[in-house]
Design a protein around this ligand. Sequence first.
Ligand code: ARG
Length: 717
Amino acid sequence: MKKIILFFLFISSQFIVRADEGMWLPLLISQNYDAMQKMGLKLTAEQIYSINNGSLKDAIVHFGGGCTAEVISDKGLLLTNHHCGYDAIATLSSVSNNYLMNGFMANSMDQELPAPGLSVRFLVRIEDVTDKVSAFIGDAYGADVEKKFDEISKKITKVSNEDGAYESDVKSFYAGNKYYLFVYQRFTDVRLVSAPPESLGKFGGDTDNWMWPRHTCDFSMFRVYSNNDNKPAPYSINNRPYIPKHHLPVSLKGVQENDYAMVMGYPGRTTRYLTSYGVDLAINVSNPSVVKIRDKRLSIMREEMEKDPAVDLQYASSYAQLANYWKYFIGQTEQLKNLHIEELKQDEEDEFVKWAKENDSDVKKIMPDFKKAYANYRPYAKHATYYREAFMASALTKLGASFEQVGKAVEANESADSIENLCKKIVASRKSILKNINVELDKKVFAALNLMFYQDIPKGQHPDIFTSEVFEKYGSENWKKTFDDYTDFVYQNTALLDSAKFATLCHADFIRILLLDPAVQHALSEVKNYKEYYEPKINDFTYEMFDLNRAYQGALLEKANNKLMYPDANSTMRVTYGKVSAYAPKDAVSFNYYTTANGLLDKYKAGDKEFDLQPKVVELLKTRNYGPYQDKKLGELVTCFITTDDITGGNSGSPVINADGELIGTAFDGNWEAMSGDIAFDKRYKRTICADIRYVLWVVDKVLDGRRLLDEMTVRN
Ligand code: ARG
């Protein structure tokens, strides 16, 4: 379990270094340049972001939509996290060829494995389009803002896409006070090059997840392939490695406390300007709901996965994803309370209102509006979470829900052709929805989470199916039994899980039969209930929040005057800069800024699901076979280190870059004591957890025998 390392030798002054808040837009990085230079940066702003010359931004990609990766050779070699490559590695694995369990190393380029469905985007340029977008939106409000935004975005991106050479997005910043255009090049031929065994790539499992000190070697490597013109192309045996405009040199120098360190990548979402009312809702309604539902779902999954290695592999990726944010929300709630975030927000709001009154700003009465909007939404907030997390948890329900449109089309007596087309869509989505299904597991999830939905959601909000089908036929003496029997009935009588039956029935002629299928009836009963009564309320709240947040953040920008204010993360490229730095999580406890391979051996537990190591790795560690990757001063293999950079989910896999623009690590996690960081950044505790690049190279070289990869990198001593 969590080990607390005590370093009595550290004096408290060493912990004065505070975390460095802010996820900055690379286009505007010159505004931060002085501060960066003062902290030690030796590059020019132009070397970070340039549209004319190769710069750091050209070595960084949005990986698979939810992560970051960096180019580390002139042959398009990518480094990202193990947990970012996890789904691809699992998909490419089988029980007999289990790369997830054993690791993977392609010994030559022709052994690199095309990863189906995986793509990466390079950023070409960013442009400020605020004037165009704001003028078009005018003084629209509510849902109209979104409509107008979509319309003008389409016009703008139509031009910047240059007939398919690029793809681009217009993104809103500061809740609609600024708009930027991002132009990308997407590459779809991405191949798996190397991965550590899961015992290293996910060492410590969920026990160590979101925590420091850490020893996880959370990396994997892929390669981008292009056609002969170095342009994106679908997979082809004739494609060749992409030649990047820039790749990151790799430094073996290692890190010292207070060294400059910056991170560039694609942070997904933060809500740093959330009001105290939002914090209250998270603490008391949304977070506990997610945690409770996932607790149940994960325990069912674990039970079935432990029974059968095939099921284990099948569900490994979705389990990891569910577990990651299960623990995230436990930590977020705990730290929102510990760090008194609601009170801090209230103080900020008081100060804001005072400023607004002094300046006679339009928004001086905005806080009661926020309060009212949250109060109106609150009776439905739980339903929204349960709909997504519990009701839709089983694959069978998801598939049943995909009949919504066809059901409407039948009711509206639409033509056989249009119904046939809708059926085709269902057939296609059925494949992906049922891709990884284990019926026994799915059934247990269905029974348990419907029961939970029934028990936790106010009766007045229930779908008809609970009364018309479940209670009438299966009684109401023992709810668990009722839902178990009902589940048996649904799974025994549905045609959706039988491919042959389904193929015969999913046509215009037979669609009425399928619409009576118990799984379809079950799903659509709640889909209709939700969409008719609750979604409109949730949408009202969402649009009201858009309007209020636009006004609030607009005023905050005004209040900040000339001081820099960074926008919330929104899956666009950002730069964060800080230092390598230790911290003291609580009274009398100090955490060092790095971990070593000694800790790996300390935590090692043979046969354990989370702390096992391969015999080969144990041998290498015991003989201290660290090669050139050993830290020269310490005489140890440094495994991970921490910095004060400001990152969040989506930054996973981001490069950690030193003052000279060299790669020193890959960022892979945040720390427990600052888990409320997406809502409020705590300067004392927030740290970014990074795998030291020398640890990564040690695994590539010594564990996976992949020296050919080292040969193509630009390694600096
Ligand atoms: N917490 C890490 C992140 O969100 C992911 C770690 C994955 N490991 C795990 N045990 N689930 O970036």
